[in-house]
Structures are given as C-alpha cells and as structure tokens.
Design a protein around this ligand. Sequence first.
Ligand code: NAD
Length: 251
Amino acid sequence: MSQDLAFAARLLLDAKRIMVFTGAGISTESGIPDFRGTDGIWTKFSPEDFMLDRYVADRAVRTRAWASRFPKMFGNAQPNDAHRAVVDLWEAGKLIGCVTQNIDGLHQAAGLPQHAVAELHGNADGIACLQCGAPHDPADIEQRWIEGDVDPRCDHCGGILKSTIVFFGEILPHSEVEQANRWAEEADAVVAVGSSLSVYPAAYVPLEIASRGNTFIIINKGPTDLDSVASIKLEGMAATLLPRLVDAITS
Ligand code: NAD
C-alpha cells in the first residue's frame, strides 16, 4: 500500500459516519465519459442543449434531447469496483450516505439502497411534465418516440415532457438537497471520488464537512478545485484506489 493510501486509511479509521461524494469520474471506468475529458460529453453534445430555457423555447433542442435519451442514454454501462466499494462501506456500517452529481444510477445498480443515495442532479431514468409535474413511464414515451412522436407531450395537461436530469438553469431537486445537507451536518469525514469539485452548489457539500475540521479525502485523476483544502489527495483511478481504501478500513 502506498504511503498516501496508508495515511488516508489512518485518517478514516475512527470515522463512523463517512460521506462519499461522487462525480462523473467514478463512472468513466464503466464506459460513461465525463464532461470535460478528451472523450467528454461536451465533445458530442452542445452544453447549450442542456439549458432549460432553450429546451422550453426550441422544439429542435427537445428533439435532439430525446434522440440522445433513447434507446438508452448510457448503453449497457455496469457498475465498476469503485461503485461496489461504496456498497462495501455501507455494508460495513460506516457510510452515512452517498451524495452524487451523477445521473447514471450506477450506485443503486451496484447494490446501494435508494435511501442511501442523494442524486443532486437528478436521474436519467425518469420523465416528468415541466408544467404539472406528472411522472411518465419512460417505456411508454420511448414507444411513442419510436412511432415518430419526436416532441412528446404530457398525457394530463399537454405540457412539455423532460427527462428528470437537472438541466442548467433548473432548481436542484429539493428532497435530494435536503438529504445531502442533513448528511453533511452529521458526517465526520468525507471522501470525494471522481469529481473536479468545480460545480456549485454541489461542491458546498464536501466543503461543509471539511470546514468543521473533519477528514476530507479526494480521490481523482487530475487536479480538482479543492485539492488545497483536502486532508490528503490520492491521485489516480477511482476503481483502483477506492476499493483499496475501503478494504484498509473495513477488513
Ligand atoms: P467533471 O467532468 O467536472 O470531473 C470529473 C473528474 O473526474 C475529472 O477531474 C476527471 O479527470 C476525473 N476522472 C475521470 N475519470 C476518472 C477515474 N477513472 N478515476 C478518478 N478520476 C477520474 O464531473 P463532475 O465533477 O461530476 O461535475 C460535472 C457534472 O458532470 C455533474 O453535474 C454531473 O451531473 C455531470 N455528469 C455526470 C455523468 C454521469 O452520470 N456518469 C457523466 C458526465 C457528466
């Protein structure tokens, strides 16, 4: 074990309510690109297509959004060893909760219960009406889309439908933010994994825990905006480093 990893494990050993805070980098080894890398999402899609006002105003933007949503936004991506390590931490009774910026559902697919995850930026699984909020079955909407309805409307009020991913300019889901804040108040350590820690308000969550003097460990490939305030930064791949860290404190 490297010296840095051993040091991080010592810092975490006494913690009883660890929060894991994740970003797109935890899922790249599952084949889902992050935003800003060389294969990043922004090399294929325009960020402007993910702005709420443009989505509402422009049918062509909505049509492109549905074409990226169906058949399956993330193909057959499966959880990797980093997602599984978060489950191991939960099963060891050391995880207070996992706050994620990801929309891919891979924490739950790995076996983390839904009530142990706060999805700050929503989830690609759901579809709801922007006007009345009514949820719609994605399988039904996909069938309509296959049959040529490229701008599907709400069954109840005729409003614009949208995936439950949080777009730019959209308010974060209240219940998820509340849950993340509750965990942040109670956590006695935080491990941030695969996030540039540059997107706010999400990055306030680990900062809140660190600001009370608690252990703050970062696992990331490349620099993050909060490297200078971390107790220690572990540079490298999430699916290698997180399992080793979790192993060191649970076995
Ligand atoms: P980001 O793209 O800003 O940062 C990801 C970080 O992870 C980068 O620093 C990158 O170098 C690092 N990284 C990439 N692969 C890694 C690996 N295998 N191990 C360790 N580090 C790795 O992403 P972010 O911080 O999550 O914030 C931006 C937004 O990305 C969020 O709003 C989120 O909703 C969105 N997003 C989510 C997904 C997903 O659900 N999988 C994918 C793309 C973007």
